[in-house]
Design a binder for this molecule. Structure first.
Ligand code: CP
Length: 303
């Protein structure tokens, strides 16, 4: 069993992963030997704090070993991706890949002979969405019937929230003045809309008034944030998205939880003070990336 995108998972599997994550967080010692003698390979084409640390530390907490590989220091760039993944599958018991292109994640999963997890690509971020569900369940005590507004670029994170919502009965409203064309998944949006679990809206404040959760993400893809060649596009995005910034005035009087997958750009998509607002569950959400990843290691590892 792989985790390439949540769209391919059953509702039962999604809910099982969330329940396991909560259980692993509550009783970590019970799982301290679960992965003894087993290894997790982490192959990353992009930078990471949470996904990498959650994988390395999570696997260690399960008694196993984690092997981090920066794509550029391997021979993945020189050879056929499938061949290299087949070789890696001979060394490790599970694989996490963070690759630029979804098509490469699919190719890697097809070639892998051990379970493979998508640690974020241009279309989906399923491990993030599972940790997000876990955090909402912990904070609100339920998933079904929860109303979440996502504000920002319609991107990989939004897609995985929509897919997660579809599996657990959570409604997602997307206030997304810009669509990342590479991420667009109209089949997913149609499925979720037909189930009454996905709406697109231009009315941010109206959506927030009906929401239990507001969720935002960077306006600028992480690999471009510090790229001087991207300055003009960055300025355009900032002008376009400024009215959609989460700040105290926008959220005044609203009883909702504030979420962000991080890293946050304080003063851009979110006023920094909101990260520390009593309504913020952002740092629990970040911590839960590790419990969520441990749960996935156990589930896909057959424990
Ligand atoms: N949210 C997330 O995936 O964080 P990293 O990019 O730091 O792994």
């Amino acid at each position: 069993m792989h985790l390439v995108r949540l769209k391919d998972w059953s509702s039962d599997d999604v809910l099982d992963a969330v329940e396991r994550a909560i259980e692993v967080k509550r009783n970590p010692k019970q799982y301290a030997q679960a992965m003894v003698g087993r290894s997790l390979g982490l192959l990353f084409q992009k930078t990471s704090t949470r996904t990498r640390c959650a994988g390395e530390v999570g696997m260690a907490q399960l008694g196993g070993h984690a092997l981090y590989m920066d794509w550029r220091s391997t021979n993945f760039g020189l050879a056929d991706l499938g061949d290299e993944i087949r070789v890696l599958s001979r060394y490790v018991d599970l694989i996490v890949v963070r690759l630029l292109h979804h098509e490469d994640v699919v190719r890697a999963a097809t070639a892998a002979t051990v379970p493979l997890m998508n640690g974020c690509c241009n279309r989906y971020h399923p491990m993030q969405a599972l940790a997000d569900l876990m955090t909402i369940q912990e904070s609100l005590g339920r998933l079904q019937g929860v109303r979440l507004t996502y504000v920002g670029v319609l991107n990989n994170v939004c897609n995985s929230l929509v897919a997660a919502g579809l599996k657990v009965g959570m409604h997602v409203t997307a206030v997304t003045p810009e669509v990342n064309a590479a991420a667009e998944d109209n089949e997913l949006y149609s499925q979720a809309a037909a189930a009454g679990l996905f709406t697109r809206s231009d009315d941010l404040h109206g959506a927030l008034k009906r929401s239990d959760v507001v969720y935002t993400d960077t306006w600028i893809d992480m690999e471009y944030f510090s790229d001087p060649a991207y300055e003009e596009e960055k300025d355009r995005r900032i002008r376009l998205f400024q009215p959609f910034q989460l700040n105290a005035a926008l959220l005044a009087g609203l009883d909702l939880r504030i979420m962000h997958c991080l890293p946050a750009h304080r003063g851009y998509e979110i006023d920094g003070a909101l990260l520390d607002d009593p309504r913020s569950i952002v740092f629990d959400q970040a911590e839960n990336r590790m419990h969520g990843q441990k749960a996935l290691i156990l589930k896909l590892g057959g424990c």
